[in-house]
Design a protein around this ligand. Structure first.
Ligand code: ACO
Length: 320
């Protein structure tokens, strides 16, 4: 068993919805501007009692049910998140306790919006080496708690949610390849200036800050390069890809990557309108939506990709 494959997916979005029309009432923006620039129509907001681990639990239970597995079948939990319940223990440890998996390996990955792809790649490698058989890979975020609701250039773009994938050892791919990148020189383009390591209140407010235009340009360029890298590594043409499952930050960035792949919009899973940018949760949420509504079928070839703070970016080529 030298490969890993996806055997179940699950998603969770909090009940409370904040529409663009709702935002028009609290900041100087319009539904038209938000839709045109980003493709977003609404976002979900975690209730006061909800956290990244509680939302992860809901998504995980749905993925386990889809895979027909029990929590005790899990050998490894990796949670991609930048909004952990606590500084420590990790959200993965809190989730392990919630699910009652037993003493499996559990840790978090911080790669911002690329967190799920990073976690997915790590889990694939744990499975390929034979170290574990069954992995639970999650992206879960309560990013709306890090937003400055007076900053219209950022607060309209993000939402809360969780997505989960169960991966298992397999004789055939499954996962063909994963590709991860980071460039810390761009650390200031997208960040939350909270000086945790200095144990003092930061001078700047600890809210998400983004140079949107710069991030946009780099995202389009690097995601284009990533498509080339993924196709070349597997020696396949663009036409082999059945579905693009992109990070859901901005429809214009998504369509630039689709164009690079020669894919029509009908072959791209786009959920950004419904839940905005949920950071690490967005790729598994889109994957789950495409599987649950029957568009993605067994045997389809999927290209998953994400781009986020760090800057970080990554992709995975997967046979479902
Ligand atoms: N409503 C109305 N007007 C607005 C709003 C708003 N909510 N926000 C900004 N504007 C105005 C600006 O003030 C500006 O006005 P000006 O021309 O008078 O100065 C104008 O709209 C254009 O602003 P831009 O920032 O140039 O708009 P742009 O077309 O670049 O779209 C956006 C902005 C949507 C942020 C885009 O740049 C983007 O999506 N960037 C990438 C985001 C991303 O992918 N991030 C990575 C993942 S996130 C993560 O890792 C956590």
């Amino acid at each position: 068993m030298n490969y890993s494959k996806i055997v179940g997916t699950g998603g969770y979005l909090p009940e409370k919805i904040l529409t663009n029309a709702d935002l028009e009432k609290i900041i100087d923006t319009t539904d038209e501007w938000i839709r045109e620039r980003s493709g977003i129509a609404q976002r979900h907001i975690a209730a006061d009692h909800e956290t990244s681990s509680s939302m992860a639990e809901q998504a995980a239970l749905r993925a386990l049910a889809a895979a027909n597995l029990k929590p005790t079948d899990i050998d490894l939990i990796i949670v991609g998140t930048v909004t952990p319940d606590k500084v420590f223990p990790s959200t993965a440890c809190l989730l392990q306790e919630r699910l009652g998996t037993g003493k499996c390996i559990a840790f978090d990955v911080n790669a911002v919006c690329s967190g799920f792809i990073y976690a997915f790649s790590i889990a694939d490698q744990f499975i390929r080496t034979g170290a574990v058989k069954t992995a639970l890979v999650i992206g879960s975020e309560t990013l709306t708690r890090m937003l400055n609701w007076n900053d219209r250039s950022t607060c309209v773009l993000f939402g809360d949610g969780a997505g989960a994938v169960i991966m298992q050892a397999a004789n055939e791919p499954g996962v063909y390849s994963t590709h991860l990148h980071a460039d810390g020189r761009y650390k200031d383009l997208l960040h939350v200036p909270s000086l945790l390591a200095m144990q003092r209140t930061p001078d700047e407010e600890p809210f998400l800050q983004m140079e949107g235009r710069e991030v946009f340009k780099i995202a389009v360029t690097e995601l284009g390069n990533l498509v080339d890298e993924t196709l070349a590594k597997n020696n396949i043409p663009q036409s082999a890809i059945d579905w693009l499952i992109p990070h859901q930050a901005n429809k214009r960035i998504i369509m630039a990557t689709a164009k690079k792949l020669g894919l029509a919009e009908e072959r791209v899973i786009i959920t950004v309108a419904e839940h905005a940018n949920t950071s690490a949760a967005s790729v598994p949420l889109a994957l789950d939506a495409g599987i649950k509504d029957g568009r993605i079928k067994q045997g389809d070839l999927l290209l998953l990709e994400a781009f986020g703070g760090g800057l970080t970016w990554g992709s995975a080529l997967v046979r479902y």
